[in-house]
Design a protein around this ligand. Structure first.
Ligand SMILES: [Zn+2]
Ligand SMILES: [Zn+2]
Length: 319
């Protein structure tokens, strides 16, 4: 039976079509087998023929029987089923989709209307297909299910029109409370999540293929009407990086230090843990596009300046 589930090549489908025609035109079984042997996928063909015994024949009229055999030969599973409906169309029941999360969740059925042309090509009209046309209810159902698993929250669609396609955007709030805009395909298929959380987890900021490039460590001071703090971070382009911060704060460069990326990255990690161990860590009041992990209280200033001063000393220099 497992063999039957495998996709059958077009070649064996053609042989099978010959077989069905042969049976109509009265070619003997041995004659058909003889012709089948000429094909390359005899085993698959034999599998379909024997699996046919297992198909629920009671519900199939003799008229459609041959066509269904062709559908199976085209690669549909023996557990799928096919019924003719009005207008020359077919109702296809997928053995997977009839029992998937959407069917179970009541936002989809396991029955799909399709045409002969689609089915005979072995194409799926169901959610197994990459071309399946999802509706808003189903996409929302999936996004909300993922959010529930991850303790985040779906807020709503960005456009008043709601869901249109895989590129549609929606607002969601991550488990840390960061408000984000997500895109359907990126969220569901690629697994893209909160950028701010990713930065804080340290998933960002290290580039293994750029270890020898010139990189910069910076010590910045941030000031707004409501708060002031320091930030120790790294960037290949400090000015570019600062542009993001300037939207929320007055930013002053206290000092920078340049070296290769590997050295800068390692040093940055060391400084972060050192300042944190001294209880200097600070959590800003607004989400400003930078990592919270890199922010420190103003009282860390002299310690941070000392560290940067040491970094500038020539190698082997002992005070
Ligand atoms: Zn399916
Ligand atoms: Zn987050």
């Amino acid at each position: 039976m497992d063999d039957v589930k495998q996709l059958v090549s077009l070649n064996s489908y053609r042989i099978f079509e010959d077989l069905v025609r042969g049976s109509r035109t009265g070619i003997s079984l041995s004659g058909m087998k003889h012709r089948a042997k000429a094909g390359k996928n005899i085993q698959a063909l034999i599998d379909i023929t024997s699996a046919w015994e297992l198909y629920n024949l009671d519900r199939v009229s003799k008229k459609t029987e041959d066509t269904i055999k062709l559908f199976l030969a085209a690669g549909h599973a023996i557990e799928d089923s096919f019924d003719t409906i009005e207008g020359g169309l077919w109702e296809f029941t997928c053995h997977k989709c009839s029992n998937d999360e959407y069917t179970k969740g009541g936002v989809g059925t396991g029955k799909f209307v399709s045409s002969y042309t689609v089915l005979i090509n072995g194409s799926k009209p169901c959610r197994c297909s990459g071309n399946y046309r999802w509706n808003q209810e189903q996409r929302e159902y999936k996004i909300k299910a993922l959010c529930e698993e991850e303790n985040s929250q779906f807020i709503g669609w960005e456009s008043t029109k709601g869901y249109a396609n895989g590129e549609s955007r929606f607002v969601w709030v991550c488990k840390e409370g960061h408000r984000r805009i997500g895109q359907v395909n990126n969220f569901i298929n690629t697994g893209n999540r909160c950028l701010t959380c990713a930065q804080e987890a340290g998933d960002w900021g290290y580039y293994p293929d750029r270890v020898n490039e010139a990189d910069n460590l910076y010590l910045l001071s941030f000031k707004s009407e409501t708060e002031a703090f320091l930030k120790v971070g790294r960037s290949f382009d400090v000015k570019e990086r600062m542009r993001e911060f300037l939207k929320h704060y007055e930013v002053e460069v206290i000092t920078t230090y340049q070296n290769c990326h590997q050295k800068i990255f390692d040093t940055e990690q060391d400084i972060h843990s050192y300042l944190k161990s001294l209880n200097h860590h600070y959590t800003p009041k607004v989400e400003f596009g930078g990592s919270v992990k890199e922010c420190f209280k103003l009282e860390a200033l002299s310690t941070a300046e000392d560290i940067f001063y040491d970094l500038q000393l020539p190698l082997g220099f002992i005070e």
